[in-house]
Unconditional design. Structure first.
Length: 478
């Protein structure tokens, strides 16, 4: 660091400086005082010697913010966004921009392995190489808050400040597509000019990509949440904005998600492509799709290779959503069943299947595929048996995980008489997770109670610079 910090180090007692040992998933440096007290230090990185101020204290830990660094980590980098940092008003959307991108992945890999062992008592037999993609301009989905701040005489659009209910004064956002980042200030001007500037609390962003897999940005859908009906003048302003910004589609949302409607009909449909499987997935801007389409394409390919589906096999895709994995599975398997908790998503998945079913160059017609809606958080052994035996499973749950499904499978493992009726457990399960703690919990059930081995596990860097950990694990019947 600088000479001034070195002088400060010489002038202060050594016990005021701490050696940072590791990094937690909130990007806080973890250190210990001489008496064993754990200290979490925002802004500090492993192997740095730091000084900090304390802003929260409990009996066995303290939390603070770094104020001086005596020795910088070799993995410290200059943040790529001017709104990132520890300063007043800093954006809270990212947590790790000060850490080298490869080191971020290593932190997430360690988190996955620690969770699997400490929560599930599971060690994968093989650690997969991390899946990585672009570190910037990757975020094709975002929920942007909108506030008209009278005292500042401006409209703010973006994410909240670090540890605050206030919005950050964002002028750019390098994790959003460049075209969207460049649009933030014009959007602020647009909302500020509207009659409804006080009653539009949110803009939800959903971008499509090119079906050919080139990564070209497709439709930019902007869903404007408005608490009161828009005036004709405001509608005209929205249309004028769309005409000046290529690819922009305005959608209006007056109440819940079911009220979302396109402002102007026509134009290119909102969709993303999975070119490896000859599949194009239309979707609505409020449907769940992966935030990072670059990684999603690679993730789907890896999941199917790990599952190793054969043309004579039946596969079940649990938590299937729009069919992100189901349709690629149908290009490989004999038969596929997609199960999802939402009737709306089941209908959308069925439409996507019918649209993609015919053969295309390089791909046969999709196999027989059906979709059903079911509460997957209330699964029972009897329900599993009713769905029939499948050679392989793909499981892609939300953050809550798939506890009921894993528990039902574990219960069936103990009920040998059901196997005599023709039901048998899947030979292999590929589990895609967005929460390492619930994956670890479910892995413990599968390994210790359902008769499986965890043969592979690894991280997927779906959200660079954030603490979000996406991962994939493989379970083989022992």
């Amino acid at each position: 660091m600088t000479e001034s910090i070195e002088k400060k180090e010489a002038q202060r007692p050594r016990d005021e400086w701490l050696q940072v040992e590791s990094l937690d998933l909130d990007a806080q440096g973890v250190a210990h005082k001489a008496d064993g007290m754990v200290v979490f230090i925002e802004g500090a990185l492993p192997f740095e010697e730091v000084q900090f101020n304390v802003h929260r204290k409990k009996n066995n830990w303290e939390q603070g913010t770094v104020t001086a660094i005596a020795r910088e980590s070799s993995q410290r980098v200059r943040p790529g966004c001017p709104h990132f940092g520890l300063h007043a008003g800093a954006c809270g959307g990212c947590k790790m921009q000060h850490l080298d991108a490869a080191a971020q992945v290593a932190v997430k890999q360690r988190s996955l392995e620690d969770n699997l062992w400490h929560l599930g008592k599971v060690r994968p037999e093989n650690v997969l190489r991390p899946l990585e993609g672009p570190s910037w301009h990757y975020r094709y989905r975002a929920r942007l808050s909108v506030r008209h701040v009278v005292k500042k005489g401006t409209v703010l659009i973006g994410f909240h400040e670090r540890k605050s209910r206030y919005l950050a004064d964002m002028k750019v956002c390098p994790v959003l597509p460049a075209q969207v980042s460049d649009m933030l200030m014009p959007l602020r001007e647009l909302i500020g000019s509207m009659d409804a500037r006080e009653t539009c609390p949110q803009i939800e962003l959903a971008c499509g990509d090119s079906p050919d897999g080139t990564g070209r940005l497709g439709v930019i859908a902007l869903v404007l949440r408005h608490l009161e009906p828009l005036t004709h003048a405001d509608v005209a302003r929205l249309k004028a904005f769309a005409s000046k910004n290529e690819g922009v589609q305005w959608w209006l949302q007056s109440k819940g998600p079911e009220t979302v409607k396109l402002l102007e009909e026509g134009g290119e449909p909102l969709a993303y492509g999975l070119p490896e499987f000859g599949v194009t997935m239309p979707f609505k801007p409020t449907d769940f799709t992966q935030v990072n389409p670059h990684i999603n394409r690679v993730l789907v390919g890896r999941a199917l290779r790990l599952l190793d589906v054969r043309p004579d096999e039946r596969v079940i895709d649990w938590f299937c959503g729009l069919g992100n994995f189901t349709l690629p599975l149908a290009s490989r398997a004999r038969e596929v069943l997609g199960i999802e908790g939402s009737d709306t998503l089941v209908a959308r998945a069925t439409d996507n299947y019918e649209r993609n079913r015919p053969a295309v160059p390089g791909r046969r017609a999709l196999a027989s595929t059906s979709f059903v809606a079911r509460n997957l958080f209330e699964m029972t052994p009897a329900m599993l048996v009713a769905d029939g035996a499948a050679d392989k499973w793909l499981v892609d749950p939300p953050r809550e995980g798939a506890f009921a499904l894993a528990k039902a499978l574990a219960d069936l493992h103990q009920q040998v008489e059901l196997h005599r009726g023709g039901w048998a457990p899947p030979k292999r399960i590929v589990y895609v997770s967005c929460n390492p703690s619930t994956l670890a919990r479910d892995a413990g059930l599968l390994v210790h109670q359902a008769g499986y081995r965890c043969t592979f596990a690894g991280v997927v860097n779906m959200f660079p610079h954030t603490s979000h950990v996406e991962s994939i694990a493989v379970f083989d019947l022992a």
